[in-house]
Design a protein around this ligand. Structure first.
Ligand code: Z5A
Length: 220
């Protein structure tokens, strides 16, 4: 398979820490794209296909046995490889927009910055098993404690990753911000501490501005 990671203008991803508000942000992106007349496929990672959703359960349900960081990374990419082949590429081929709640940037942030795995290894998996990257990534940036306070009480049993300590999530947040700083043309960082209506307005404005940059061949 090709070693290149090709930017796909009609692939849009949403990233951020726990409780950042991705659920309503993704609806705002979908509404804006549909209002502009585009077919939109909403999806998520880990997951997005029946098999990838089973991998998600392995990843998030606490197991009897601790999951090694390397196993966690490889399962994230197993899920992603399946998702890209079964959902993302077919939708892009027929001209739809794909909006994914998390994608490869989460692996760099959680497994790279959070778990301390080598980003070169993640980059090799991205080249070999994924091969596509988004044209637009919206990063919902939020103070770690505020995000965790929003979700506290929601889950009777936090999932395996939610059970990590604040210092893990601080590294994840710094990892996301570093990626956004390194690729300012792809990322839009949105202040997720605003009230929900403010976040939705910022997401909508960023999506509208991005659509204006696309050419006919990007949309074909
Ligand atoms: N993961 C990984 O490690 N590596 C990878 O490669 C990938 C993923 C792809 C599952 O992801 C986990 O997988 C995730 C990263 C890891 N682990 N963690 N942590 P997920 O996206 O399914 O899980 P999540 O990020 O934990 O989802 P979340 O906590 O539900 O976040 P959210 O979707 O952004 O939050 P929300 O449901 O939209 O909102 C949460 C609450 O906050 C809710 O009560 C809202 O009403 C409230 N909220 C939302 N916005 C606001 C504002 N603006 N003000 C006040 N309150 C708000």
């Amino acid at each position: 398979m090709s070693e290149a990671v090709l930017t796909q203008p009609r692939l849009v991803t949403l990233e951020g820490g726990e409780g950042a508000g991705k659920t309503s942000a993704i609806a705002a992106i979908r509404d804006r794209l549909q209002a502009a007349g585009h077919e939109v496929v909403l999806t998520r990672e880990p997951g997005g296909t029946p098999l990838a959703e089973r991998i998600r359960e392995l990843l998030l349900n606490p197991q009897d046995e601790a999951l090694a960081p390397e196993t966690e990374l490889l399962l994230m990419f197993a899920s992603r490889a399946q998702h890209v082949r079964e959902v993302v590429r077919p939708a892009l081929r027929r001209g739809a927009f794909v909006v994914s709640d998390r994608f490869t940037d989460s692996s760099y942030a959680y497994q790279g910055a959070g778990r301390g795995l080598d980003p070169e290894w993640i980059a090799a998996l991205e080249r070999r098993a994924v091969g596509v990257k988004p044209g637009l990534t919206l990063l919902l940036d939020l103070d770690v404690r505020e995000g965790r306070a929003r979700t506290a009480g929601r889950d009777l049993w936090p999932d395996r990753i939610e059970s990590e300590q604040d210092d893990f999530f601080e590294r994840v947040r710094a990892g996301f911000r570093a990626r956004a700083a390194a690729e300012p043309q792809r990322f839009r960082v949105i202040d997720a501490a605003q009230p929900p209506a403010g976040v939705a307005a910022a997401v909508e404005a960023a999506t509208t501005a991005y659509l204006r940059t696309l050419t006919d061949s990007d949309l074909a």
